[in-house]
Design a protein around this ligand. Structure first.
Ligand code: SAH
Ligand code: SF4
Length: 351
C-alpha cells in the first residue's frame, strides 16, 4: 500500500495509535504528503527516525515510480509514465502556459468503455486506481512545477465516473488551492447525477465540489455516437443531456462538450448545425479535437476543415475552441505512451 491510502484507511490510523503516536502526527504526515509533496521518508525531517522506519515497513512513501519522463521542447508539456506497486502503468501530463499550470490525471489502468479511437481503452479495463494513486499524480505535477498546480483536468486514462469511489475522496483531499477541476466523461448518467448530488450536499459544508463537467459527445445523435462508443457503457443521449442539465442546476457550472472530429464519421454539415443547436440548448461551450490517428484507422478531417468547424460554431453563437494538440511530439493523447512502452517491452521480451 502507498502512504496516502494508508493514512486514509482505518488500518493506518489504528496502526499509528498502536505505535503510541500522538494525534498531531497524522496532521504532520498530511502536511508532508499533501502540502509539501514529499515522495520519500527522508524528506520528512521532523518525524522521529523510528516512525519513518516503521512506516517504511508498511507503506511505500509514494504510489508512483516514474519509468519515462518526456518533455516537449516546444511548449514545456511534461508527460510521465509511472509504474504502480503491482507493475501496471499509468500516464500523467503537466501542461504549462504562462498564465497557468494544469495536470491531466488518469483514473483507471485501461478503460472499460473502449471508444474506437482511444489507446487507453484498447484492451479494456485492467483495474481502478486508488485514491492515493490518483493523488500522487497531482503530487508528481506539483513537484515538477515547484508549487501547487492551478488546474486539474481528469482527462487521462480511464472513465472517471466509473471510479468515483476513489476519485471523489482524492479530489476532496487535494483540490484545496486549485482553481478549477474538470472531469471528463463519455456520458455515464448515474455518475453525472452523483456529481450533481455531491455538489448539492457540499453547498452546506466547507467542502467544495463544484467541479466542472466535460461531456465527450463525439456524435450529435445516438446512431453517430454508436460508431465511436461501444454499447455496453453508452447511455441514450436524451438521458445524458437531462443529467447534464441537473448538473448545471446544482453546480452553476458551464458544461463543456468535447467533439473529436473524425473524417467521414461525424464531420458533416448537418452534424455541424446540430452540434451548434445542442450547445445552445445546453448552454455549453465546445472543444473540437481533431481525431488523433495513433490508436486506430480513424483520422481527422483536413486542418482547414477543422478550423472551419470552429468558425462556423462561433458564427452560430457557440463558444468553440479547436484544440491544437499540445505535446504532440510526446504523444499527449491519452494512453499512447503506455501503449508504445508496452509494445517496446514485449518486443524486448520476445527477442
Ligand atoms: N474517459 C474520459 C476522459 C478521456 S480523454 C472521456 O472519454 O471523456 C479526453 C478526450 O479525448 C475525450 O473526449 C476522448 O474521447 C478524447 N480522445 C481519446 N482518444 C482520442 C483520439 N485518438 N483522438 C481524439 N480524441 C480522443
Ligand atoms: Fe475510455 Fe475516454 Fe478512452 Fe473512451 S475516450 S475509451 S471513455 S478513456
Amino acid at each position: 500500500m502507498n502512504l496516502k491510502d494508508f493514512l486514509a484507511s482505518e488500518q493506518g490510523r489504528a496502526q499509528l495509535k498502536e505505535w503510541g503516536e500522538p494525534d498531531f502526527r497524522l496532521r504532520q504526515l498530511n502536511q508532508w504528503t499533501l502540502e509539501r509533496f514529499a515522495a520519500s521518508y527522508e524528506e520528512m525531517t521532523n518525524l522521529p527516525r523510528e516512525l519513518r522506519q516503521r512506516l517504511a515497513q508498511v507503506a511505500s512513501p509514494f504510489a508512483l515510480e516514474v519509468v519515462e519522463r518526456l518533455q516537449d521542447p516546444s511548449d514545456g508539456t511534461v508527460k510521465w509514465l509511472s509504474r504502480l506497486e503491482d507493475g501496471h502503468t499509468v500516464e500523467t501530463v503537466l501542461l504549462r502556459v504562462p498564465e497557468r499550470t494544469t495536470v491531466c490525471l488518469s483514473t483507471q489502468v485501461g478503460c472499460p468503455v473502449r471508444c474506437v479511437f482511444c489507446a487507453s481503452g484498447r484492451n479494456g479495463l485492467v483495474r481502478n486506481l486508488t485514491a492515493g494513486e490518483i493523488m500522487d499524480q497531482v503530487m508528481l505535477a506539483n513537484r515538477e512545477a515547484g508549487k501547487r498546480v492551478d488546474n486539474i483536468v481528469v482527462m487521462g486514462m480511464g472513465e472517471p465516473l466509473l471510479n468515483l469511489e476513489a476519485l471523489v475522496p482524492a479530489l476532496e483531499r487535494i483540490a484545496f488551492g486549485v482553481r478549477h477541476v474538470t472531469i471528463s466523461t463519455s456520458g455515464i448518467v448515474p455518475g453525472i447525477l452523483k456529481l450533481a448530488r455531491l455538489a448539492e450536499e457540499a453547498s452546506s459544508s466547507p467542502l467544495s465540489r463544484n467541479w466542472n463537467l466535460a461531456l465527450s459527445l463525439h456524435g450529435v445523435d445516438d446512431e453517430s455516437r454508436a460508431r465511436i462508443i461501444p454499447p455496453h457503457h453508452r447511455y441514450p443521449l436524451a438521458e445524458i443531456f437531462q443529467a447534464c442539465r441537473v448538473h448545471r442546476e446544482k453546480t452553476g457550472r458551464m458544461l463543456t462538450l468535447e467533439y473529436a472530429l473524425v473524417r467521414g464519421q461525424n464531420d458533416s454539415v448537418a452534424a455541424q448545425r446540430r452540434l451548434a443547436e445542442i450547445a445552445r440548448e445546453l448552454r455549453a461551450k465546445v472543444n473540437l479535437i481533431p481525431c488523433n490517428p495513433n490508436a486506430s484507422v480513424l483520422e481527422a478531417p483536413e486542418l482547414r476543415r477543422c478550423r472551419q468547424w470552429a468558425e462556423e460554431l462561433s458564427a452560430r453563437g457557440v463558444q468553440a475552441t479547436l484544440r491544437h494538440s499540445r505535446g504532440q511530439a510526446i504523444l499527449a493523447a491519452c494512453g499512447q505512451l503506455r501503449q508504445q512502452w508496452q509494445r517496446q517491452r514485449s518486443q524486448e521480451a520476445g527477442g
